[in-house]
Design a protein around this ligand. Structure first.
Ligand code: C2E
Ligand code: MG
Ligand code: MG
Ligand code: MG
Length: 288
């Protein structure tokens, strides 16, 4: 099969005898060792109050430095980690690391703001989730209100079970947000029955809000309804000033995206926080 596609494609399409692509196999094997060999890192991206430029939150995003393949994007390895169940130990590492980092920044005198951690479906359904999150918060000494969990709409497929878990998480005191809002199954009227604090409008809606009026109307509607239902509304993937202006005009409160900053390694994020803290927020139109 690979040969038919021509010689040049052979490496790309090569599979083992069971037809599993070699790269996938290698990554899967690599994933098992990645934690103990310290190959994961967290990057941090600021969330900014659109009207003032103030940093009001930080999202933690995982990075994998593979010894043979170099940098692997989470979009490629998180699904593999989900398939193999490795997302559970990896997810615990992410949560602990993000909480420790946030605590360290608080101790260093930076503003007390929440760190948002992405939680995948399998991790969300792990029966030990509640226990290990409260364990981590206890051990790290981070107040629950400084941890935010980003879940996706796909958990709505099992709404009864998810409602129970969300309520338990809310009881601990962590913040809950719905990531990539608009791409999945849920509707805002569903979400209003859940203890959700925040919705993140997916980048795909933000991308051409300015130039295509349909997209703009859609985003405006999500913001209006979101605010009416008392959610905090944040837009992700903001890259231009036009997008910022549109979002501000339509009362979106918070934004995140390359316009403000790419995700940064911890040292650079610390520097970013330091520079930003010493400037008047109004001076910092474009941060970093
Ligand atoms: P997400 O949670 O929706 O994260 C936003 C993604 O958009 C990130 O990609 C971020 O780097 C990227 N991004 C932010 N602003 C901009 C922008 O202005 N322009 C563009 N083009 N991209 C922007 P990343 O880090 O590659 O992560 C992709 C997805 O992988 C995440 O989407 C999330 O679903 C998943 N992921 C990342 N880190 C973790 C993690 O620690 N745990 C879990 N379970 N999933 C993660
Ligand atoms: Mg996210
Ligand atoms: Mg997102
Ligand atoms: Mg997204």
């Amino acid at each position: 099969q690979a040969k038919e596609r021509g010689k040049n494609n052979f490496r790309f399409y090569s599979s083992n005898l069971n037809g599993i692509p070699i790269r996938k196999m290698e990554l899967e094997n690599g994933l098992r060792k990645a934690l103990e060999q310290n190959q994961f890192m967290l990057f941090y991206q600021p969330q900014v109050k659109l009207t003032t430029g103030e940093i009001v939150g930080i999202e933690a995003l995982i990075r994998w430095q593979h010894p043979g393949h170099g940098f692997i994007a989470p979009a490629e390895f998180i699904p593999l980690a989900e398939e193999t169940g490795l997302i559970v130990p990896i997810g615990k590492w992410i949560l602990r690391k993000a909480c420790e980092q946030m605590k360290a920044w608080q101790n260093a005198g930076f503003p007390h703001i929440p760190v948002a951690v992405n939680v995948s479906v399998r991790q969300f359904q792990d029966e030990h989730l509640i226990d290990y999150i409260s364990g981590i918060l206890d051990q790290v000494g981070l107040e629950a209100k400084y941890l935010e969990l980003e879940i996706t709409e796909s958990i709505m497929q099992n709404i009864e079970k998810s409602t129970i878990i969300l309520n338990q998480l809310k009881e601990i005191g962590v913040l809950l947000s719905v990531d990539d809002f608009g791409t999945g199954y849920s509707s805002l009227s569903y979400l209003k029955h859940l203890p959700i604090d925040k919705i993140k409008i997916d980048k795909s809606f933000v991308d051409d809000i300015v130039y295509h009026s349909n997209q703009g109307m859609m985003v405006k509607t999500i913001i209006d309804m979101g605010l009416n239902l008392q959610f905090v509304v944040i837009a992700e993937g903001i890259e231009t000033e036009e997008q910022v202006n549109f979002l501000k005009q339509n009362k979106c409160e918070i934004g995140q995206g390359y316009f403000y900053s790419q995700p940064l390694p911890d040292m650079q994020m610390k520097e970013f926080l330091r520079v930003h803290q010493s400037a008047s927020p109004f001076e910092v139109k474009k941060l970093g």
